[in-house]
Design a protein around this ligand. Sequence first.
Ligand code: DPP
Ligand code: ZN
Length: 879
Amino acid sequence: AALIHRADYQQPAYWIRKVELTFDLDPAKTIVGSKLQIERNHAVPHGPLRLHGEELNLLRVLIDGSSVSFRQEGHELIIESAPDADFLLEIRSTCAPEKNTALSGLYTSGGSFFTQCEAEGFRRITYFLDRPDVMAVYTVTLRADAKKYPVLLANGNLQATGELDNGRHFATWHDPFPKPSYLFAVVAGDLVTREQRIRTRAGKDHLLQVYVRRGDLEKTEHAMNSLVASIVWDEARFGLPLDLERFMVVGVSDFNMGAMENKGLNIFNTSALLASPATATDTDFARIESIVAHEYFHNWTGNRVTCRDWFQLSLKEGLTVFRDQEFSMDMAGSPSARAVCRIQDVRALRAVQFPEDSGAMAHPVRPDSYSEINNFYTATVYEKGSEVVRMYQTLVGRKGFEAGMKLYFERHDGQAVTCDDFAAAMADANPGSPLASRLDAFKRWYSQAGTPRVTALGEHDAAARTYTLKLRQHTPATPGQADKLPQVIPVVMGLLDRHGQALALDASGATERTLVLEQAEQSFVFENIEHEPVPSLLRGFSAPVVLDDGLSDAALLVLLRHDSDPFNRWEASQRLALNRILAALRAGQPLVLSSAFIEAMRAVLRHPDLDPAFKELALTLPGEAYIAEQLDVVDPQAIHTAVMSAQTQLAAALRDDWIAAYEANQIQGGYTPDPVSSGKRALANLALSMLVLDAQTTGDTVWPGKAYQRFKDASNMTDRFGALAALVAAQAELAAPALERFHALFKDDALVIDKWFSLQARAPEVDGKVFARAKSLLQHPDFTLKNPNRARSLLASLLLFNPAAFHRTDAAGYVLWAEQVLAIDALNPMLASRISRALDRWSQLAEPYRSAAREAVARVAAKPDLSPDVREIVERALA
Ligand code: DPP
Ligand code: ZN
C-alpha cells in the first residue's frame, strides 16, 4: 500500500455539511441509504468528487434526484461531473455485518449490531469523504426487527420512534454537533440499561445511560460512578461541561480497542466497562475508571475540537491521556496516592513506549508518514504524547495550562486542527513563560523520534562553595532520522545533603527548581553549597528521557530514604536493583544481591510511614523489557535468569518481613477499590508470591497451602487472583488444581476466563514449561482467534509480554508467532498487526535469537496477501 505523507495534506475538494442515513438492519445484508448535502470547496483547485468506500455493494447514485455517471476505482467512487453549486448526493449500498470479522465498520457481536469507525471504518458502512476534517451534522434512522433489536441507538438526541410493518420498528436520532465520520456510531440489539440523571453547573439536566447485555447490569455500577466523577471533574478542573441531553455508553465483547469516544454514544470493550468485586481486580477497577474518563474527556478534546488529519492523532490522544492521568491522580487523593499513579504511568511508558522508540517502529509523536493509520495508535502517540502535554504544564504551571486550554477552545471549538494550533494556544496564553520563548525548539517533541538520553555530572567546589551541575543530552538515531537537534527538557530538581536534608537552591530558600535544558550541553551553578550534595533530578519524571546521573549506591540510598519527591524515592529503589542486574549481565556473572541492597529493601518493607502501595512498587523489580532497553545486545534468557535470581534472593532474605507484611495488610470487611485498600491488597499479594516462591526453594509446604486456602476462600477477585498468580508464578504443585477450580468457577464469565488464559501465558518461564502450556492452550475449547480479548489474553501475553517464554534457542516462539500472525491476519488485520509487533526489535537480539527472528519476519513478509496493516509492520522491521 502507498505511503501517505503529512506534508501532502490538502483540504478536500468538497465539504459535506449534512448527512441523512437510514439503516435497514439485517445481519446478512444491511441496506444503507445516504443523503449528503455537499458543496464545493473553493479554496482548492476544482476536481472530481472522490468518495471512500470499502467492502460495499453499490446499488444507486443520484445527484439532485437524477442519475449521474460515476466510476469505481480501487476503494473510491469517483464522480467527475459534480455540480458547481451545492447539491444533494443520494447513495444506496449494502454491507454484510455478520461477515465483518475485522470489527471495523458495522458488525455483529453476540446477536447485536455495533460500529467502530475510527480511524477509517465509516467507509465500510457507506461511501463518504472519510477524513476527520470533513465535519457534518447527522440525522440517522435505524429500522430493524423489534423483537431481536428492541434497542436502537445512534449519536445525539432521540427524535422519533415507531412501529413498522412485519414486526419491525424504527428510531431516528439527530446529533446537533457537526462531527467527523470517525465519531459516528450506531448500536442495535437486545440490551438493558442502567440510568442516572445528573445536573451540570449551568443547571441543565442530563441523562446518563450504560447499556449492556442482559445479566451484566450489576457489573455497571463502577462504570456509572466513574462517568459521574469524570463529568464533575472536567467541569471543575477545566470548566468543560457535558453538552448533550443524553450521554450513552455501550458494552460489546468483540472490540479491537479499549473503547471509542463516538459523540454521545461511547462504545466500550466489556473489559473496559464491566466490574464486580467477585470478577474484577483492583487493577481492572482502576483501568475502567480511567478509560471511562478518557472517552468522556474526548468529548471536548477530540470531538468538539478534532484532528485535521490523522498525523495529528496525538493532538487528541496525548492530551486526553494527560487528562485521564490527571483525573486518576485527583481521584486518588493523597500526595502519596498521586505518586503511585504517576509511578504506574511511568512504568507503563518505559515498558512499552521506550522499546517502541528504540525499535523498527520508532516514530515521532506526530508521524510524518504511514501506510495504515491503524498502526499508529501507539504508545508513542498516546503515552509519549501525554508526557509532551505534561511538559507544557510543567513549563507554564497549572494555572497557565488551564489558561492555554481556555484559549484553545475559544479559538478552535468546532474545528479540525493541528498540534501546532495547540502549541500556539499554550504559548499565546502564557507570554513570558519559559515555553513561549522557545516554542519552536519545544515542538521538536512532535517531530523527533527516539528517547533522549540525559547525562548529569555534578561538581562541588568546596572553596567557592558552589555546586555545578552539567547536563548533556543526546537523542539516538531512529529509522529515517539520523541526526537530532537538542530538545527542550524541563528538569525538576532539588539538592539534598548527605543526611537527606533539602538544601536551599537560591537566596529565596526554595528547595525545588525547574531547570530548562535546551542545548546539547548546559551548566547550572548553585551557590552557598557547603558540602557535596546529592542531586535529585527529573522529579516526578518531568520529561520522557533516560537519565544517567551516575549516582553511587550511597547517594541512591540517601534518595530512597529521604527525597521529598516520592517518585524519585521509588526511582532510587529501581536504580539500585537495575544497577545490580545490569552489572551481573554485563559481567556475565551470576547475580548476588549485596547486603546493603537487602537492608535497604527491608527498611522500605518495614517502614512505619510508607504506604503499602508505595512499598509494593518499590519492592517490585524492574521489568524485563525495561532492563532490555539498557543493553545494546539483548539476551532475553540471561535477563530473565538475572531477574529470577534477584527475586529468589529477595524472597529468601526478607522472608520474615514478607510474613509480617502479609499479615499486616489483611483487610477486614467489605471490598472497596479505593487506593488505600488496593495498596494493601497489592502488597499482601506481592508478599504472598514471595513466600510461595521461597517455599519452592526451601521445600516448605505451609505457604503454598496458605495461598491455596486464600485462593479458595477469597471474597474478591484481587485476593483470589493474587493467590492463584502466586501459585502459578512459582510453578507450585497446587497451581494445577487451583487453575482447574478457577476455570470451573468462572467458565461462564468471558472476562475472567481471559484472565485465566493470560495468567498462564505470562507466567515466569521455567525450562520451556510456560511456552509449552501456552501452546497447548491454543487447542483449548474456550480459545478462539475471533474474539480479540481472548486472542490477546493468550497470544499478546505470550508473544508481547513474556520475552523469556517467547525467545527460545529452538526458535519455536518465532514459528508460533508467524503462524498466528498469518491466521489472525485473515480475520482481523488490526489485531494481527498488534501481535506482529512482537518482533519489532529483532535486530537488538543476541544470537541465535537474532537470525531466527529475522528469518521469521522475512517469512511473513514474503506472503503475497498480507493486509496493509501487517505488511507495514514487517516491512519496517526488515528495512
Ligand atoms: N478509542 C480510542 C481511544 O479512545 C481511539 N480514539 O483512545
Ligand atoms: Zn483516546
